[in-house]
Design a protein around this ligand. Structure first.
Ligand SMILES: NC(=O)c1ccc[n+]([C@@H]2O[C@H](COP(=O)([O-])OP(=O)(O)OC[C@H]3O[C@@H](n4cnc5c(N)ncnc54)[C@H](OP(=O)(O)O)[C@@H]3O)[C@@H](O)[C@H]2O)c1
Length: 322
């Protein structure tokens, strides 16, 4: 029997990383290890993962590439789910992965479909990493997931999903008719486990999805399942575009200020998703993405309806609550 491939996961304690960790372990076909920075090595969340038999490698991403290459020794597949603020720190990992003969690098993508430059700062920064990967001809796969189900459903008047939702203002953006690719956070890892061993996805972009829904459809589903009427707020396309421009201008005054980065990320997501309507299958295919559901027709994703029903039943979980 062939030896199991070693998959090293960066960001395993995060929301996306936790899903990927579970997906990799559930697949039961990899030797799963995690890469953690020194300041986090003693965190309870890391210890908990290690207690499940997952090997820990510790390194500072700011270390020279030759030191990092030693840390990556023996790794077949490197998967990164680093947080949005830290994406550029992966650049040095690219050189290290190349030097360590990593067979495939999955850099941290895991966002909505968007053009490679000029619409979303988050995408622009990730793309800088992709460009470094291409410059060094490192085998890779870029996986985007649309928006998570878990951050896409509105509140209901009774307040019974407040514990699980991050949306507090129940806004419909523009006319509410932009289709959006959605994936349940828990499915990301299950998709990743399949994609990373698939020859068809080597050096390709892939998008995953559970549903493609407009905001009007999302609100209708939540109203239907809850039996409650939701009061909606509307924001125009012009206002969304202006908010994105204003947030970018604010950020340009102090590009490293996290309090300025998050408003820019959020308003650019909204502009991209609802005004430009980038986060949809047609545009993904235009950009050259493969559709994970076409690659894996037997994959049964968790539907948006199921996720909402769980929240209504008191079985949901608000992301980042840990
Ligand atoms: N599609 C969507 O709807 C959606 C939603 C949210 C996020 N995302 C994307 O998903 C990606 C992951 O975000 P997330 O929100 O899931 O992450 P997160 O929960 O904030 O977790 C970030 C992870 O990265 C690790 N990390 C951060 N900086 C590091 C460094 N310098 N060295 C080593 N480890 C570091 C953290 O470990 P420590 O314990 O050391 O801090 C943590 O494990 C992001 O790039 C974001 O753009 C997508």
């Amino acid at each position: 029997m062939a030896a199991k491939q070693t998959v090293l996961l960066l960001g395993a304690t995060g929301e996306t990383g936790s899903s990927i960790l579970e997906g990799l372990l559930e697949a039961n076909q990899f030797n799963v290890e995690i890469l953690v920075r020194p300041s986090s090595a003693e965190k309870p969340a890391v210890k908990k993962i290690v207690s499940r038999g997952v090997r820990l490698r510790v390194a500072e991403l700011g270390a020279p590439a030759d030191e990092l290459a030693k840390v990556l020794s023996g790794v077949d597949i490197l998967v990164s789910a680093i947080g949005p603020q830290d994406c550029l720190q992966q650049k040095v990992l690219v050189k290290a992965a190349k030097d360590a003969n990593v067979e495939r690098f999955v850099p941290c993508a895991f966002i909505t479909i968007a053009p490679p430059k000029g619409v979303m700062l988050l995408r622009d920064e990730k793309e800088e990493v992709y460009n470094e990967i291409k410059r060094l001809a490192l085998n890779h796969t870029i996986i985007d997931v649309g928006y998570w189900h878990q951050i896409s459903f509105p509140r209901v008047p009774s307040g019974r999903v407040d514990y699980a939702t991050v949306i507090m203002d129940n806004t419909i953006h523009a006319d509410g008719n932009a289709p959006n690719i959605l994936t349940d956070l828990r499915d990301i890892g299950r998709f990743v486990a399949r994609i990373i061993t698939d020859e068809r996805t080597l050096n390709k972009y892939v998008y995953t999805w559970g549903d493609v829904l407009t905001e009007n459809e999302i609100f209708s589903i939540v109203e239907e399942l809850s039996g409650e009427k939701i009061e909606k707020n509307y924001v125009s396309a012009e206002t969304i575009e202006k908010q994105a421009q204003d947030a970018a201008a604010e950020l340009s005054q102090n590009p490293q200020d996290p309090s300025k980065r998050y408003p820019a990320y959020i308003s650019q997501y909204q502009y991209s998703k609802y005004v430009r309507q980038d986060n949809r299958p047609w545009y993904a295919k235009f950009l050259g993405y493969l559709d994970a559901r076409e690659l894996y027709p037997d994959f049964k994703p968790i539907s948006f309806r199921e996720c909402v029903q769980e929240a209504l039943d008191g079985k949901g979980r608000r992301p980042y609550s840990g």
